[in-house]
Design a protein. Structure first.
Length: 143
């Protein structure tokens, strides 16, 4: 479930998530205005705007913290693995230019060791699969 949510957040559908949060904020604001009006406390437009901005900011802050927490855990794992090949790399839970350079250097070293080719970030063409000749089907009832 966590991976599904993270894929959704990092995908092109994130504006839909933003629109959904805005809709939830509007409904929450409507509920707050109705609840406060029922007890005799009426909110003017400025107060309603402040409440909606606060609720939106809190929701987006929570989502950002959750996404950064899970992305940071995975980047920390990647950086700790890369640190074995490049000891100068810091484990800072952030995929930045240093981490990308370490990944490229590791890929270059791996490409040179196995095939002697230069790594350019392009997928290497695979050898065509060998096709096995079909065996003629023998009817087991005819002998």
């Amino acid at each position: 479930m966590k991976n599904l949510i993270l894929r959704f957040v990092f995908s092109r559908l994130c504006p839909s998530l933003t629109a959904g949060i805005s809709t939830v904020t509007c409904f929450l604001l409507g509920w707050i205005v109705t609840a406060t009006s029922s007890v005799g406390f009426h909110l003017d437009a400025a107060q309603q705007t402040e409440i909606s901005l606060t609720v939106s900011a809190v929701i987006f802050w929570l989502l950002t913290q959750l996404v950064n927490k899970y992305a940071g855990e995975h980047s920390e794992t990647l950086q700790s693995i890369l640190q074995k090949a490049n000891p100068t790399l810091k484990v800072d839970r952030w995929i930045g230019p240093e981490t990308i350079a370490a990944v490229q250097a590791s890929a270059q070293a791996t490409a040179n060791l196995s095939t002697g080719e230069i790594y350019e970030g392009k997928p290497v063409a695979k050898e065509p699969a060998k096709i096995k000749p079909k065996r003629k089907r023998v009817n087991p009832l005819k002998r």
